[in-house]
Design a protein around this ligand. Sequence first.
Ligand SMILES: Cc1cc2nc3c(=O)[nH]c(=O)nc-3n(C[C@H](O)[C@H](O)[C@H](O)COP(=O)(O)OP(=O)(O)OC[C@H]3O[C@@H](n4cnc5c(N)ncnc54)[C@H](O)[C@@H]3O)c2cc1C
Length: 395
Amino acid sequence: MTRTANRRVLISGASIAGPALAYWLSRYGFEVTVVEKASAIRGGGYAIDIRGTALGVVDRMGLLPRLREKHVGTQKLTFVNPDGTPVTAVSPEAIAGGDPGADIEVRRGDLADALYDVCRDRVDFRFGDSIATLEDRGDRVDVSFDGGDSRTFDLVIGADGLHSNTRGLAFGPEEPYLSYLGHVVAVFTVPNDFDLAHEGLIWNVPGKVAALYAHEPDDSVHGFLAFRQKDMPFAAHPTPEAQRELVAANYPETAWHIPYLIDAMRTADDLFFDAVCQTRMPTWSRGRVALVGDAAFATSFLSGQGSSVSLVGAYVLAGELARNADHTAAFASYERTARPFIEENQATAGEGGTALIPGTQAMLDARNHALNDPTTLAGERSSIYTSLTLPDYTV
Ligand SMILES: Cc1cc2nc3c(=O)[nH]c(=O)nc-3n(C[C@H](O)[C@H](O)[C@H](O)COP(=O)(O)OP(=O)(O)OC[C@H]3O[C@@H](n4cnc5c(N)ncnc54)[C@H](O)[C@@H]3O)c2cc1C
């Protein structure tokens, strides 16, 4: 099908939301360009979950078998005391809820690869580039790229993550839109020196977590550190070196694998460091520019639903653009349909925080006690993961 209205769409970002949106828009006959600042789809990475309503999206894309093959299949999470002695081991679903028979856990890069593969033939991907300027002219958007050329599009969609470039260009600085959850996170790979497979080890003291997450036995392991920090860290710790020092200074403990993790963090060449934030915006569009995924509605790792809501948001946005020739009506309908589901999922970060990073000794004791009756930890989350029924956009 060839479209006439708003045919030329530029998407910024090729991780989860960007390629998912590109797939659906190209399937509906739009002419789609995706610009990604990295030189290729970034593979590997920490494991993410696809649950509930989002399973319907990947199913409709024909990706379920491929993703099931890549399923990480974490079997247990072992919580340990400050001195490293075990508290207890539970299933991941005991903490996060969900349906162990249906949910998929894959490395973020494996999902990105799969989404890219199903649309790469129909979509123009421009790697190693970024939007430099965009001018919404009312009837079109004029875009210039860092790479030097300029082009005109009917619509521009930002799927470029928590610190979205597109959001910055269309809505202004990020401060009003990022809700800081009072923690800093560092993730990096470490060698699998502990013979771990399909499991996580989680160490807590009040306000801090350190964890090791292992996938396949011969695969590297993810070190994960998150700790309470009153203010956003970037002003006081602007450089990678200062950020490594901040993380190290927060883990003076010599128990368990803490010194090993801090040494590995200091030398990791893939350190991911960020403030734990949610994106909260009064509206996800302005004129001919809209946002999707973490750029519009990041949930934070504390909810574990970021990838799922990104997939659902992309599916709904594409469907509404296909159904409505008028982009203003499409963007409004996208929000009406997806926002209640996404905000409910964002709200699960509170429970996630209590379970993963109890803030006080009393909260840590209560969490450890609740590990013996995990139904109290996952709460009502499973019904929230499925609370949206996917609309059918047969156009
Ligand atoms: C430590 C951690 C653990 C997490 N755990 C989970 C979990 O267990 N379960 C879960 O579902 N989710 C989890 N998430 C969240 C999940 O990773 C995100 O919600 C999801 O990746 C969002 O996808 P996205 O496509 O919107 O953005 P991103 O994945 O952030 O991708 C943004 C893309 O835009 C590109 N980009 C950035 N700037 C530009 C630019 N200027 N021009 C062009 N391209 C640009 C980036 O290179 C990237 O490819 C976790 C996140 C973190 C940080």
